[in-house]
Unconditional design. Structure first.
Length: 221
């Protein structure tokens, strides 16, 4: 491994309780009952509309998708002041630096807000690139990851996808890494349960420091 691509929400950023609150704000707007964290973590998926369709047991219209986004992000952004880094985030990025890896962040959260949060929480010195969402919300990370890796080539000459390990908290991180030709380690403290993550076939850990340790020793794909 030469480079780590970190996920943000649910991985470095400990926002699961706020995410569940925000999901429930969106479900309430659709007239649906709330969910707890355990149900959310078992059922969350990308594209995100699939999660809401599962919860509602019906299709979601385009107008309802817009309502979901509006209610979710209104609640989420209003609560950001209560959220900080995961407990091991700083220790993990320092461990990756000590192992000689370069690091970056790729998130499906809005790019401008992501950059501001990474700066505010003190992780900018370790990250050679921070990419967030610049298109429609709720889709897979596969295309953004390919774009992110292409941009990294300008900062880490000669870097190939086989040199990269993605650390994330959802099965879509594993799918995106596989499609891009990278490896993946999954952290079970975020948006999906360990049982869901283990079905990807990727290593699953309960510690960000352990995730870095596995990534450092990951064979090239």
């Amino acid at each position: 491994m030469r480079h780590l691509v970190w996920d943000w929400n649910g991985t470095l950023f400990d926002d699961l309780p706020l995410i569940v609150e925000s999901v429930n704000a969106a479900l309430e707007a659709l007239g649906a009952p709330p969910v707890d964290a355990a149900v959310y973590r078992d059922r969350f998926r990308r594209p995100v509309v699939g999660f809401y369709e599962w919860m509602l047991d019906r299709a979601v219209s385009a107008d309802e998708e817009r309502l979901i986004d509006d209610r979710f992000f209104d609640h989420y952004h209003a609560g950001l002041g209560r959220v900080g880094l995961a407990g091991e985030a700083l220790e993990a990025v320092r461990a990756a630096e000590a192992a000689g890896a370069t690091q970056s962040i790729l998130s499906m959260w809005w790019h401008d807000r992501l950059g501001a949060a990474v700066e505010r929480l003190g992780l900018s010195p370790w990250m050679i690139l921070v990419d967030g969402l610049q298109g429609p919300a709720g889709h897979s990370k596969a295309d953004p990851l390919r774009h992110h890796l292409a941009r990294l080539d300008g900062s880490v000459p000669g870097l190939t996808a086989a040199d990269v390990v993605v650390i994330g908290d959802v099965a879509d991180d594993a799918r995106a890494a596989a499609e891009a030709g990278a490896s993946c380690v999954l952290y079970d403290g975020g948006s999906q349960s360990r049982a869901v993550l283990e079905r990807t076939g990727c290593p699953v850990v309960s510690s960000l420091v352990e995730a870095v340790g596995l990534a450092v020793g990951a064979p090239r794909r």
